[in-house]
Design a protein around this ligand. Structure first.
Ligand code: AHR
Length: 497
């Protein structure tokens, strides 16, 4: 299938918030423990307990924001269990995820250290489901109050004199499900109550995020917006790409049947419809678009790897995941007037992770490479880009296999991300770049592609899927003709000065 793309380099349509490139780390499986935290006494090289190899790889991604401690875990987390001398911290059961012992060795101080080391902003999810208003309010005081108060004093006793800057605060997680099985009317009232005591101390300004709907629960969005929109800065939505059925079998991460490729890509595109429809509801209550939409859980969700703990949600990551990431990030760009943050689930060893670890070994997944290639879009201006369908089979297609997004950070410069999700054939793209000096057009490119649908990296073959230089293009005046390999994600850097 050929594609004709018009890029109007001189027309921009908003800013791609860098927080769209956010991540999520939950106390689940081997995400926090082993994936990030190994402890100061570990033989694995670490910085104050956080493993160095993972830190170094994550720094490269320029992660803007990290959500913690859950997930479902958030509504059972009592933050005071995770402060003070580690050996005295309460050991508890992680009832949601595998019933294993949670040592609480990774708590508030360790999370904020991780954020400092990564240079990213913290996004803390507070406990509404099983916590009290007082508990949430004291956490905020502990985190951000500078003066004399019981919580500020407690923080000082635990070795931190100055408060942290914490902007993003979630009032509960999935309160329609694991966070309390609430009705939207009830949650909306609780949101109004809890958020009242999430105080702004000193110069710290809290950005209060309401728990939004599961997937296409438009009634939840409608009800929470109607009853609480005046009190929120943002509302979340959660959507996972699952080829099969959540309860009956999600589908395998590798070795999946051919048809699951197409199903997965189609389901990834569903994000576009969800944002559009939820956004339309938000528009009715917030026509000025003051309230942000935050997709604070998204990504693929497959059956766990054979032989692993079902509660650990450990899955491999293939070129199919890379396409889901590339297409979804392009969708977020398109909606950058409403989507202000997104957090892929999850950072290490859980669901669509960018990094997998095994003891002291670590690998980068195809999804990691997409985030690394796409980071050029962070805080860039979205450039007006149109795809003109060519060929005759377009209307019969179940889902688009082609996705494109363009951004700019400086005059005369563009970054264009292109996905070809066709598993069989390459795609010829004619990119007509208008509004740039055609005689000075220069292009470089990077591509991530594979020959088999479940190509992935392993601990013994860590570089099977990795980016390479892309040079399969020609330039004629303002026209760039590129051949995108099947199953590929490409980023072109265009300059004309
Ligand atoms: O990311 C895994 C789980 O998915 C989270 O804990 C929960 O919020 C969602 O259902």
């Amino acid at each position: 299938m050929n594609q004709h793309v018009i890029v109007n380099a001189d027309i921009t349509r908003g800013t791609i918030n860098r927080n769209i490139y956010g991540h999520f780390a939950e106390h689940l499986g081997r995400c926090i423990y082993e994936g990030l935290w190994v402890g100061e006494d570990s033989p694995i090289p670490n910085t104050q307990g956080i493993r160095n190899d993972v830190l170094e790889a994550l720094r490269e991604l320029r992660i803007p924001v990290l959500r913690w401690p859950g997930g479902c875990f958030a509504d059972e987390y009592h933050w005071k269990d995770g402060i003070g001398p580690r050996e005295q911290r309460k050991r508890m059961v992680n009832t949601h995820w595998g019933g294993i012992v949670e040592s609480n060795h990774f708590g508030t101080h360790e999370f904020l250290l991780l954020c400092e080391l990564l240079g990213c902003e913290p996004y803390i999810a507070g406990n509404v489901g099983s916590g009290t208003v007082q508990e949430m309010s004291e956490w905020v005081e502990y985190l951000t109050f500078e003066g004399e108060s019981p919580m500020a004093e407690l923080r000082r006793q635990n070795g931190r004199d100055t408060p942290w800057t914490v902007k993003y605060f979630g009032i509960g997680n999935e309160n329609w499900g694991c966070g309390g099985h609430m009705r939207p009317e009830y949650y909306a009232d609780l949101f109004r109550q809890y958020r009242t005591y999430v105080r702004n101390y000193g110069s710290n300004r809290m950005y209060k995020i309401a728990c939004g709907p599961n997937i296409d629960d438009y009634l939840w969005m409608e009800t929470v917006m109607k009853n609480a929109h005046r009190f929120m800065d943002a509302i979340s939505i959660h959507y996972y790409t699952i080829p099969g059925d959540f309860w009956l079998g999600k589908g395998a991460a590798t070795g999946f049947p051919d048809e699951e490729w197409g199903i997965t890509i189609r389901k990834a595109w569903f994000m576009d419809e969800l944002i559009t429809k939820h956004g339309a509801i938000m528009d009715r209550y917030d026509p000025e678009r003051r309230i942000g939409m935050i997709v604070d859980e998204w990504g693929t969700w497959f059956d766990v790897e054979p032989g692993t703990n079902p509660g650990f949600l450990y899955q491999q990551n293939t070129i199919r995941d890379a396409l889901v990431a590339g297409i979804t990030l392009n969708i977020f760009h398109t909606h950058c007037d409403r989507v202000v943050m997104a957090n892929i689930a999850q950072l290490v060893n859980v669901l669509q992770a960018v990094i997998l670890t095994e003891g002291e070994r670590m690998i980068l997944t195809p999804t990691y490479h997409v985030f690394n290639m796409y980071k050029v879009h962070q805080d860039a201006r979205l450039v007006d880009t149109h795809t003109l369908p060519e060929g005759s089979d377009d209307e019969t297609k179940e889902h688009p296999t082609f996705s494109v997004s363009t951004s700019t950070k400086a005059p005369g410069r563009l970054n264009i991300s292109l996905c070809n999700a066709d598993p069989q054939a390459s795609t010829e793209v004619r990119l007509e770049v208008r509004g740039l000096n055609a005689s000075a057009l220069r292009v470089t490119g990077t591509v991530l592609s594979a020959d088999v649908k479940d190509a992935h990296n392993t601990f013994d073959a860590p570089d099977t899927v990795e980016p390479r230089v892309f040079d399969d293009f020609t330039i004629e005046g303002s026209m760039i003709r590129a051949t995108l390999p099947r199953m590929s994600v490409t980023v072109l850097e265009v300059s004309a000065n």
